[in-house]
Design a protein around this ligand. Structure first.
Ligand code: PLP
Length: 396
């Protein structure tokens, strides 16, 4: 009974979700404490107390018909203005409220901008390995996602590969930084080179190529590393942000889309984005959460907690003879499979109650992803299971 398009989507449904369900099944058999579930990027730390305080304060202080009512499709004007000012303080930009559209998470922001930009058959490029949902998001607007492999040694995007991949049909490039699944931060040097390629190619094909910066992990950067703010490097950049990860609010579905005045066609794009937010059925971002996050713009994520997990897992796995990529950001660790077929490695892990996601799910076989937004205690308890897994491969 379902549409042909949907049939394909159901068939290719998420390997990450499947692993999450598997975790629940194993926990029912072996007990939750004996299952080491590294499958899902669902933050384990509670949202900062300031968020709950802000929600209560909004409910106490703001007229209920405002808190629970409709507002402009792009969001509350004062919230958009406050977000713009916060970005300007942090990144030296000059946004106004009109440049911000409050969205249903980063996913909602991506949907709005893709809806605004894509004609059927338009290409969107991204760098593999990549967040699997991009293909579905782009497909929703009859676009075609094409992935360009990153440099296999550094996991940084290769500007020459980008230059070679752009065609007359390329409408946009999605960059996710810090990166899910590799945990790598694309450096300023890389970003400058990518921007130069996009300038050149936009000119060559006589049409702007838009850069979509997908940044739900922006604040999760370790060792003092900077995550370049892309509007400063490339004029035709739209930023998709959310508080899902930084403030542990993934279920609240709150984020924003930045549409700078410098975009080619900015006025039209900004107007169309509001309409797209409505047409997609979002109507507007959740109103209580808009009002609450506007009071929490200076809230910090639990970076030290994630950093402790990062070190524990990275060092633990390295000592056992595994070859993890040292995460620079996010809460994901990218691990080389000890055998070429990483799906077999994932299966062997499962036999020790370790749940990892196969790199094939990110268009990059031979690696697996571990989400370490889990309790430190679970990581400690999982290390003996990893030791048994390492022994199966004769590591160390
Ligand atoms: N982009 C990437 C790279 C992600 O990993 C995720 C969620 O895991 C999203 C977008 C969607 O985030 P949100 O919950 O803000 O919609």
């Amino acid at each position: 009974m379902i549409s042909e398009k949907m049939k394909k989507l159901v068939g290719g449904s998420s390997a990450i979700r499947a692993m999450f369900e598997e975790g629940k099944r194993l926990a029912a058999i072996y007990g939750r404490e004996n299952v080491y579930d590294y499958s899902l990027g669902n933050p384990n730390f509670p949202a900062p107390a300031a968020v709950n305080d802000a929600i209560r304060a909004v409910l106490d202080e703001v007229d209920s018909t405002v808190v629970h009512g409709y507002m402009s499709n792009a969001g509350f004007d004062d919230v958009r203005q406050t977000v713009a000012e916060s970005l300007n303080r942090r990144f030296g930009t000059a946004f106004a409220g009109k440049n911000i559209l409050m969205s249903v998470g980063a996913a909602g922001a991506l949907h709005v901008i893709l809806k605004v930009l894509l004609n059927p058959g338009d290409e969107v490029l991204t760098f593999a390995p990549y967040f699997v949902e991009y293909g579905n998001y782009v497909g929703n607007y009859d676009g075609v996602l094409r992935a360009i492999p990153v440099d296999a040694a550094t996991f940084q995007p290769d500007p020459e590969a980008l230059a070679a991949a752009v065609t007359a049909k390329t409408r946009a490039v999605i960059i996710n930084n810090p990166n899910n699944p590799t945990g790598v931060i694309y450096s300023e040097e890389t970003v400058k080179k990518l921007a130069a390629v996009l300038e050149r190619k936009s000119e060559e094909f006589g049409a702007p190529i838009y850069l979509l910066a997908d940044e739900p992990y922006r604040e999760l950067a370790y060792d003092g590393l900077e995550v370049p703010f892309l509007t400063k490097y490339y004029r035709n950049t739209a930023v998709c942000y959310s508080w899902s990860k930084s403030l542990s609010l993934p279920g609240e579905r709150i984020g924003y889309l930045v549409l700078p005045d410098e975009l080619d066609g900015a006025e039209e794009i900004i107007a169309a984005a509001s309409i797209a937010n409505r047409m997609l059925g979002f109507i507007n971002a959740p109103s209580l959460m808009q009002l609450a996050v506007a009071r929490c713009l200076d809230c910090e994520p639990n970076l030290s907690g994630y950093d402790a997990n990062r070190r524990l897992l990275y060092e633990g796995l390295t000592k056992l003879g595994f070859e993890p990529v040292k995460p620079q950001g996010t809460f994901y660790l990218w691990l080389k499979s000890p055998e070429p077929d990483e799906k077999k490695f994932v299966e062997k892990g499962k036999s020790h109650n370790i749940l990892m996601v196969a790199g094939s799910a990110f268009a990059w076989p031979g690696y697996v992803r571990l989400a370490y937004c889990v309790s430190e205690d679970m990581i400690r308890r999982s290390l003996p299971a990893f030791a048994k897994l390492a022994a199966e491969y004769g590591l160390k």
